[in-house]
Design a protein around this ligand. Structure first.
Ligand code: KG4
Ligand code: ZN
Length: 344
């Protein structure tokens, strides 16, 4: 396959998503992208309940895929291939999308490829900025990952640094809980932070001055927990100040380490991807850092930062064009480094 219409399916966590892209030499266009979230399913529990996530995926998978095909104005017989997230993520959730994608491909005699979820997130930047020049630095910031990569033309991205404990998105979600905000936490913290003073409460910036490209977020989360305990019950103003101070501490470390990675590698472009890349403060501060240091910062549009299937279809279209094919034996992986694709 050298191009054509590719259906992407993504179900690694609590979003069921399907999308259609048209891939031709060097250009990928999104024809339709449908995402069905499960906020109402998990909100009573304050976080994702894996068993409920996979059950809800089972309910919605066919309808979401149909909706993507309909929105794209195509029939399944027009497809040139199917791309589906094979990992990492919640196994039960992954299996729903993966089984659906494999079955659909088998039924219609289409080639199928498994895509690494983080390769998908990076492909979102390339979708939004076709001129992104390799090698570039990729900062992946999501609910499960916080890592810096050097992305090259051939071969897997090389890891430069990663979190030693919690992911930054996980910290946003936990801080939201501490502040009594509803799931999903990241956008809620960002909303409340808009009315707060980021300098009001001194919080640590873990590993900021360590001479490496690693991160740590569990200590920051503990510091917020202690600050909440000292002030309880929180006034509205204190809650906003804590949210703003946390958001500043969390994003400052991301900016500092990404800046260092770009300088050390002599890169001209930085792509910031994953759910936390939708954060407006991070977008603004990272953009200014790029202007000061003379590198270009690429953020996918906010709907392509959080989990979606357009990014999976885009990454899969490239694999299909390279001749990669996976059979029915393709299985889901809950944890797998981006440098290694054990299903291929
Ligand atoms: O990439 P993603 O949709 O799913 C994973 O692969 O994990 O990222 C979800 C994470 C969650 O932790 C969520 O709280 C965070 O991204 N997030 C945000 C924002 N929007 C989503 N964090 C900060 N600010 C936001 N605006
Ligand atoms: Zn993700």
């Amino acid at each position: 396959m050298t191009g054509g219409l590719v259906l992407g399916v993504e179900s690694s966590c609590d979003e069921m998503a399907a999308a259609v892209v048209r891939a031709s030499a060097g250009k990928t266009e999104v024809l339709a992208s449908v995402v069905e979230g499960q906020a109402q399913v998990h909100r009573p529990y304050g976080g994702v309940v894996p068993e409920l996530a996979s059950r809800d995926h089972l309910r919605s998978v066919s309808a979401v895929a149909d909706a993507a095909l309909r929105k794209a104005g195509i029939d399944v017989t027009d497809l040139a291939g199917v791309a589906v997230t094979a990992g990492p993520g919640l196994l039960g959730s992954l299996l729903v999308g993966l089984s659906f994608g494999k079955a659909l491909a088998y039924r219609h005699g289409l080639p199928c490829v498994g895509v690494h979820h983080l390769a998908g997130h990076l492909a979102a930047a390339e979708l939004c900025e076709p001129d992104l020049q390799v090698p570039y630095i990729g900062l992946v910031v999501s609910g499960g990952h916080t890592a810096l990569y050097r992305v090259v033309a051939e071969g897997p991205p090389e890891i430069l640094g990663e979190t030693r404990d919690d992911a930054v998105g996980e910290a946003f979600d936990k801080v939201a809980k501490l502040l009594g905000l509803e799931y999903p936490g990241g956008p809620a913290v960002a909303r409340v932070a808009e009315n707060g003073n980021a300098a009001a409460i001194a919080l640590p910036r873990p590993m900021l001055h360590d001479p490496n490209l690693d991160f740590s977020y569990s200590g920051l989360k503990t510091a917020v927990s202690l600050a909440v305990q000292e002030r309880e019950p929180l006034s509205e103003a204190e809650r906003s100040d804590l949210a703003a101070s946390f958001e500043a501490a969390a994003t400052d470390v991301l900016v500092a380490k990404a800046r260092r990675a770009v300088a050390e590698q002599g890169a001209s472009h930085l792509a910031v991807v994953g759910g936390v890349a939708a954060n407006q403060r991070l977008r603004a501060v990272m953009g200014r850092a790029g202007d000061e240091d003379g590198f270009r910062v690429v953020f996918p549009s906010p709907e392509l930062c959080t989990d979606n299937a357009a990014m999976i279809a885009a990454a899969g279209a490239r694999l299909l064009a390279q001749g990669e094919r996976h059979g029915l034996e393709l299985s889901a992986f809950s944890r797998v480094p981006l440098s290694q694709r054990p299903w291929s």
